[in-house]
Design a protein around this ligand. Structure first.
Ligand code: FAD
Length: 596
């Protein structure tokens, strides 16, 4: 083996060890997404469709009514975009309404709402103004989440109340020039002071939402470890510390212009040891947990924005006449409107189910939140495009909201884990379960006498999953054909996952074309399960809030398309075009992208 190959192997092994350390390793129940990769349908996590308790629903209804009244009167998304600022009275109003402490416990001044309820609130804000949605997400879901999850009792009682009341603003600072998607490559250093009472931080952060207006920042920095290495640790930082520098308070940008996206520098900045958040050296794990929460919020705000797209498109399609008809009379417009309605229905179902997993205490929901983030942000991008097309030229001008919504929607596919990185993550983390079973089987094969029983059990599980479609239990007889099709596709998905693992073995880590198809199929299966569950629940007890039963055709339209997309992804698992994609890209990369 050449020295180069052996170094690559060492690097790969280290990357795999690091990645394993970041994943949830405690005892766990089989979640919905992980189950899909094993050919199981863990129906308890999705069926029946989750609902909030009547008491919480009553509180939520009154909170939503108050929020809507406030937003109607005080939130001007066009002005926020134009002025590139969210006015202080809007921030104060949201704080007064309890938005910043929605899911924080009552002991620290929060409102103790479930994630499901919080998602409804975020959906309402996201339906109006993406800047405000992201600002709230940063304050509530990623800015103070690390404190809620990992803070000591003293840290919580000191730092949380002013964040919940809105007296102080929060930010989450992970990204740096050399650490974007590769978050583990944080270069900011934190060296202990001689007396051990402080850490001295040096480094730069960029693209930090609220970074220049926050009074409490969760900052990731590299601290030395006993063996001479280093690991990432989370610190609570305040801007009054000497050496805290705002290099650029508001970077000029395409969309979500109301948020203050900052560039920061730390120059010999002393941070007290008691400001370490969570265990030293465990900052990346903490960041991953925090971002899990943020990703659910993406689902909620994309759902809200999707509903607005649909409303704007429908209003226009009903009003505008061309060729003697309203636009809504043309099939190519109907198709776009149907796609929007089906998409909005599905995003809401996926967000509700994912939020409920957190509420119900599933230990590890990082696959579902990653799926929700990728699926909802890509769906919204297509939906905004559809709405834009329905409005035609009218969408293009700044007196209508769609051009802003188009600009605003673009960040979703980049922020809090770019979609490519999450797509790969979904496939690889999902395949870890069956991969481990195969590994155990191979190890057992090398010790045939000692491990026969274990090998037999794993073999039975694998063969069983390949032969038998799992049961998808719906209560409405009319949905049984869909449930049957979904179960059968879960079985076929599992067969393809096993086949990919056997075919590519460890090289699957680099086979992103295959990973993408696996992740896409998994996301569609997840989306279909959520939609089927919601539809089933609505058939069982029709909503009393006057929801038009026409939504059921949206559910069916979505399900038909989604199951078709699963079949397509599975059929294309070994697409011969992949080698041409590689050859073409390599050629372009080599010649500098010059087509002449
Ligand atoms: C408006 C805005 C607000 C933000 N707010 C915050 C914040 O509050 N706090 C914070 O810490 N960060 C924040 N970010 C940073 C954001 O999280 C990063 O931009 C994101 O993680 C991507 O990093 P990057 O921009 O360096 O892109 P890169 O990592 O350079 O990636 C560029 C492209 O390459 C792709 N790519 C990268 N690696 C791979 C791979 N292994 N396989 C395939 N494709 C790959 C990516 O998907 C992406 O499409 C914000 C960014 C923006 C634009």
């Amino acid at each position: 083996m050449s020295t180069h190959t052996s170094e690559m192997d060492q690097d790969r092994k280290k990357q795999m060890r690091d990645a394993e350390e970041l994943l949830f390793t405690g005892p766990q129940k089989c979640g919905l997404a992980k189950g899909l990769f094993l050919g199981r349908f863990a129906s308890d996590w999705v069926m029946p469709y989750p609902t909030t308790s009547p008491e919480e629903q009553a509180q939520l209804d009154s909170s939503l009514a108050a929020l809507r009244a406030f937003l109607d009167e005080h939130l001007d998304p066009a002005a926020i975009d134009r002025d590139a600022d969210i006015p202080r009275h809007v921030i104060d109003g949201l704080a007064r309404l309890g938005v910043f402490g929605m899911t924080a416990p009552r002991e620290v001044g929060g409102r103790g709402f479930s994630q499901m309820a919080y998602c409804k609130v975020l959906g309402e804000i996201g339906s109006r103004c993406a800047s405000t949605g992201i600002f709230v997400n940063v304050q509530h879901s990623i800015g103070m989440r690390a404190l809620l999850l990992f803070g000591t009792p003293e840290q919580k009682s000191r730092w949380l109340p002013p964040l919940i009341s809105g007296e102080k603003l929060a930010a989450f600072a992970l990204t740096e020039p050399e650490a974007g998607s590769d978050a583990a490559n944080v270069q900011t250093r934190a060296e202990p002071s001689a007396d051990g009472s402080h850490f001295i931080l040096n480094g730069e952060k960029r693209y930090i939402t609220s970074g220049s207006i926050a009074q409490v920042l969760t900052v990731m920095a590299r601290t030395p470890t006993p063996g001479g290495g280093s690991a990432v640790t989370a610190f609570l930082v305040t801007p009054d510390l000497p050496g805290f520098v705002v290099t650029e308070p508001r970077m000029q940008k395409l969309g979500v212009r109301g948020t203050a996206t900052a560039r920061l520098a730390f120059r010999d900045m002393p941070v007290p040891r008691e400001n370490i958040l969570g265990a030293p050296g465990k900052g990346l794990k903490l960041a991953l947990h925090v971002l899990d929460f943020g990703r659910v919020t993406f689902g909620a705000s994309c759902t809200g924005a999707a509903k607005t797209c649909l409303r704007l498109a429908v209003e226009h399609a009903n009003r505008r006449r061309q060729f003697g008809k309203t636009l809504g009379d043309f099939e190519l417009i109907k198709k776009k409107i149907a796609r929007m309605a089906a998409g909005a229905y599905a995003l809401e179902a996926m967000t509700t189910v994912t939020a409920s997993l957190i509420d119900r205490g599933l230990e590890d929901y990082m696959l579902e939140t990653a799926m929700l983030k990728v699926f909802s942000t890509e769906a919204l991008w297509l939906l905004v495009n559809d709405a834009f097309q329905v409005l035609g030229g009218a969408a293009y001008f700044t007196d209508r909201p769609l051009e802003r919504m188009l600009r605003d929607a673009r960040i979703n596919q980049i922020g809090e884990g770019a979609n490519e990185v999450l797509t790969s993550f979904i496939a690889l983390v999902g395949m870890r379960g069956p991969g481990q079973q195969f590994q155990e089987m191979m190890e057992s094969l090398s010790r045939p006498w000692g491990e026969l029983r274990k090998m037999w059990l794993i073999g039975l599980d694998r063969v069983g999953a390949a032969m038998l479609a799992p049961d998808v239990p719906v209560r409405s007889p009319q949905l049984e054909p869909f449930a049957g099709r979904l179960g059968e596709l879960v079985r076929r998905f599992n067969v393809e996952v096993d086949r990919a693992l056997i075919q590519h073995r460890e090289a699957i880590l680099d086979r992103q074309y295959v990973q993408e198809r696996i992740a896409r199929a998994a996301m569609e299966l997840f989306a279909s399960a959520c939609v089927l569950s919601r539809w089933d629940a609505e058939l069982q007890s029709p909503p009393t809030d006057g929801l038009d039963p026409g939504w059921h055709s949206a559910a069916e339209y979505f399900l038909r398309g989604s199951l078709r997309r699963v079949r397509r992804s599975l059929a294309e698992m070994n697409d011969a075009d992949d080698s041409f994609a590689t050859a073409t890209a390599d050629w372009a990369l080599r010649n500098g992208g010059d087509l002449r």
